[in-house]
Design a binder for this molecule. Structure first.
Ligand SMILES: Cc1ncc(COP(=O)(O)O)c(C=O)c1O
Length: 412
C-alpha cells in the first residue's frame, strides 16, 4: 500500500498492537489463561444494575432516542450538566458544563491532547513529560511525530512483606520551555501505584509555575469507578486536565471518556471531535446519567466495585506469595487499578523471554518493557517485571499463578 507518512506511522507494529494480537489470539484459545488485558471484571451486581437501567431507558424510549440522534460534538448536554453538578457537590470544583467534554473513550482524548500540546510548535518541538514510569502502555504510540515523550525512571522504595512502591524522583525532574504537557495516571496502570497527595500537590505547583497543563488520567480513580484502596484527594484547577472514563466502571463497549479542563481546552477537544468524528457516542452518557440522576453511582462504586477488586486483589496476592514462595518476587503495593505488577529479582532471563515461555505454557501476561514510554532503554528493572490482571475467574487466576510459579522455578 502506498501510505503517506501518517499512514505508515500508524501501520507500525507497536507494543499495543502486539498486546492486542495476543489478546485476540488468546480469546480464541480456550486453554489460554488470559491475565494480559485490561478488560474490567464482569461483576454480577454491576451487570444487573446496567440491565435494569437499560430496561427502564428502553421502556421510556430514551435508549432509542440515544441511538437515533447525534449528540453535540462536546457530548450529551444533559450528562454534561449532571456531571458538573456532581463534581461540584462532591468536591466543590466550581465547574460548569463548559469545562467538560466527552470523547470516544479516554484513549482518543489522549491522542487529541498529547498532539495538541506536544510535537512541532513553530521552531521548537514540544514533548509530553511523564514524571514517572512505568506508565500506561496505551500512551506509547499516540504521537503523530516521533519522540513525543520525555520520561524518567522511578525511585523504588522496598517495603516489608515483599512489597515495594514507586515514587517520583523530583530531584531529577526537569520541566523546560519544551515541555508542552505533563501526564500521570493515578492509579497507575500497570503498577497499581497511587501518587500521594503530596506528590500531586508538588506536580501541580511545578506545572502551574511553568505554565504547562497537568493531565491526570483518572481512569481507575475516584469518584468513579473508585478502584482505589485508600482515600485520596482528587483535585482540579484550570491548569489541570482530569480525564475519566466509563470503561472501568464496566462499560468499555460504550467508548465514553470524560475530560474536565479549562474552557479553551474543552473547545479544542469539541472542535477536533466535530472534525474527526462529528460527535461522541450517546448510549453510555444516557445510561450513566440515569445512575447519576437517581443518586446510584456512588453506591455502585463504593459498595460493589471497589470491594470486589479489593477483595480479589488481596486473595491473588496471597495465592502468589504461597505459590511462588520466593523472596525474590516483589509486588508493587497494590493501591488501585486492576493489575498486579510483579518484580522478579535475579531471574536468569528477561521478562520478555519469560513472556514467551509463559505463552507456551498457556499463560498470557504483559512483559514490563512496554510500560516505559520515553525511555530508549527501559533497563534491567523493566525487564524484570510483568503485569498481570486480577479480573479473570478465581479458577483461571489460580491456574495462571501455578503456571507462573512452575515456569519461574526454571529460570531462577
Ligand atoms: C490508565 C488508563 N487510562 C486510560 C485507559 C483507556 O480507557 P478508555 O477505555 O476510556 O479509552 C486505560 C485502559 O486500559 C487505562 O488503563
Amino acid at each position: 500500500m502506498n501510505y503517506s507518512d501518517f499512514g505508515k506511522r500508524f501501520n507500525r507494529y507497536s507494543g499495543i498492537s502486539h498486546l492486542m494480537d495476543d489478546l485476540s489470539a488468546g480469546l480464541l484459545d480456550d486453554d489460554m489463561v488470559m491475565l494480559g488485558g485490561g478488560n474490567p471484571a464482569a461483576i454480577p451486581q454491576v451487570l444487573e444494575k446496567f440491565q435494569q437501567t437499560l430496561d427502564n431507558l428502553q421502556q421510556r424510549g430514551d435508549l432509542l432516542k440515544a441511538l437515533i440522534n447525534y449528540d453535540a460534538s462536546q457530548g450529551n448536554q444533559a450528562f454534561l450538566e449532571s456531571l458538573a453538578d456532581y463534581f461540584n457537590s462532591q468536591y466543590g470544583w466550581g465547574i460548569s458544563r463548559k469545562n467538560i467534554a466527552l470523547t470516544h473513550g479516554s484513549q482518543s482524548a489522549f491522542f487529541t491532547l498529547f498532539n495538541s500540546f506536544a510535537g512541532a510548535s513553530g521552531h521548537s518541538r514540544k514533548h509530553v513529560l511523564l514524571p514517572i514510569t512505568p506508565e500506561y502502555i496505551g500512551y506509547s504510540d499516540l504521537g503523530i511525530e516521533d519522540h513525543l515523550f520525555v520520561s524518567q525512571k522511578p525511585q523504588i522504595e522496598k517495603l516489608p512483606d515483599q512489597y515495594f512502591k514507586y515514587h517520583i524522583n523530583f530531584d531529577s525532574l526537569e520541566i523546560t520551555s519544551d515541555t508542552g504537557l505533563i501526564c500521570v495516571s493515578r492509579p497507575t496502570n500497570p503498577s497499581g501505584n497511587v501518587l500521594t497527595d503530596n506528590e500531586c500537590r508538588h506536580l501541580d505547583k511545578l506545572a502551574r509555575r511553568n505554565n504547562v497543563p497537568l493531565l491526570v488520567d483518572n481512569a481507575y480513580g475516584t469518584p468513579f469507578p473508585h478502584i482505589i484502596f485508600h482515600e485520596v484527594n482528587p483535585f482540579w484547577n484550570d491548569n489541570t486536565i482530569v480525564c475519566l472514563s466509563l470503561s472501568k466502571l464496566g462499560l468499555p463497549g460504550v467508548r465514553t471518556g470524560i475530560v474536565i479542563a479549562h474552557e479553551e481546552i474543552i473547545h479544542q477537544l469539541s472542535n477536533i471531535t466535530a472534525i474527526t468524528s462529528l460527535a461522541p457516542g450517546g448510549v453510555g452518557p444516557v445510561l450513566v446519567n440515569e445512575l447519576l440522576r437517581k443518586g446510584e453511582l456512588n453506591a455502585l462504586c463504593d459498595d460493589v466495585i471497589r470491594p470486589f477488586y479489593q477483595l480479589r486483589c488481596n486473595k491473588v496476592v496471597e495465592w502468589l506469595k504461597q505459590s511462588v514462595n520466593d523472596e525474590r518476587m516483589h509486588i508493587h503495593l497494590p493501591e488501585g487499578a486492576i493489575f498486579l505488577w510483579l518484580w522478579f529479582e535475579g531471574l536468569s532471563i528477561t521478562t520478555s523471554e519469560l513472556y514467551e515461555e509463559l505463552k507456551k505454557d498457556g499463560l498470557l501476561v504483559v512483559p514490563g518493557k512496554y510500560f516505559f514510554p520515553g525511555q530508549d532503554n527501559p533497563g534491567k528493572h523493566a525487564e524484570s517485571c510483568i503485569r498481570m490482571n486480577y479480573v479473570q475467574s478465581e479458577e483461571d487466576l489460580q491456574k495462571g499463578i501455578s503456571i507462573l510459579s512452575r515456569t519461574l522455578r526454571r529460570f531462577w
